[in-house]
Design a protein around this ligand. Structure first.
Ligand SMILES: NC(=O)c1ccc[n+]([C@@H]2O[C@H](COP(=O)([O-])OP(=O)(O)OC[C@H]3O[C@@H](n4cnc5c(N)ncnc54)[C@H](O)[C@@H]3O)[C@@H](O)[C@H]2O)c1
Length: 255
């Protein structure tokens, strides 16, 4: 039987690379998609059953070629993992229209365009889409007017797609990661921000790329065959928690 095929965008590093590796562990083949040609080529060179396709997922023409390239290589698409994203933080007054458009074009337009381009192929396999949003799309925060809004829109896009594609047997779900020490996060997380996240997260730590990949691959798999339109926060409990927990966490120690 032909191996199942996943497209993972943003696969050159971070959560996308860990997701690629978990699919490979489970016997899938992976079309690794990224706009960073050098990092993508290096990552793909050390792996089997992968096909590297350098693509900017905000460009419709490049996406069409990427989907055709995947079909020429694997003959099928069983899951699309919309993981590629960028983070640019700034206050509302600092967020220029150029910054707003850069963030929206990758984080939101890219998800819409890749999903639309894969829909026909996913109908053939009754496949699935997993979108990667963020806790910043679930809860508002400072400096994230563009990033947080793009991720909130990805959550709604997930539900729109699930509603329309259910009748074709295509499931569409979303993972909202908490903080993970990837290049994207560490470019914008100071030590002060890291400490504040630890305080606000019941599990009291950052997540790992592999922990995120586990949730993504579960939602893409047959094991989640009756799950669609859902948002799973893989965030150590951040989203479910109210304010004031750090002070209340160890009452015995303070007594
Ligand atoms: N790391 C975190 O703390 C965190 C938290 C919440 C959500 N996320 C989300 O997880 C996803 C993965 O992020 P990560 O932390 O692994 O970051 P990362 O920077 O390590 O990886 C992102 C990858 O996406 C690629 N990429 C960016 N724009 C692209 C484009 N236009 N076309 C093709 N590829 C592109 C990058 O080259 C990179 O390889 C992102 O959507 C991000 O918003 C991350």
């Amino acid at each position: 039987m032909t191996r199942k095929c996943a497209i993972v965008t943003g696969a050159a590093r971070g959560i996308g690379l860990a997701t690629t590796d978990l699919f490979l562990d489970r016997g899938w083949q992976v079309a690794m998609v990224d706009w960073d040609h050098e990092e993508l080529t290096q990552a793909a060179a050390t792996r089997s059953n992968v096909h590297a396709i350098t693509t900017d997922i905000s460009k419709p023409d490049e996406i069409a070629q990427m989907v055709q390239g995947t079909l020429d290589w694997a003959g099928r698409i069983d899951s699309l993992i919309n993981n590629a994203g960028i983070a640019e933080f700034g206050s509302i007054t600092e967020c220029t229209y150029d910054m707003w458009r850069r963030v929206m074009s990758v984080n939101l337009d890219g998800v819409f365009l890749c999903s639309q381009a894969c829909t026909e192929a996913l109908k053939q396999t009754q496949g699935s889409i997993v979108n990667i949003a963020s806790i910043s799309g679930l809860r508002a925060s400072t400096l994230r007017v563009a990033y947080g809004t793009s991720k909130a829109a990805v959550i709604q896009l997930t539900k729109q797609y699930a509603a329309e594609l259910g009748e074709f047997g295509i499931r569409v779900n979303c993972v909202a990661p908490g903080p993970v020490r990837t290049k994207l996060a560490m470019a914008v997380h100071t030590q002060e921000i890291i400490d504040a996240y630890h305080d606000a997260i019941p599990l009291n730590r950052y997540g790992s790329e592999r922990e995120l990949a586990e949730v993504i691959c579960f939602l893409a798999s047959e094991q989640a065959s009756y799950v669609t339109g859902q948002v799973v926060a893989a965030d150590g409990g951040f989203d479910s928690t109210g304010v004031g927990l750090p002070a209340l966490r160890r009452p015995a120690e303070r007594a």
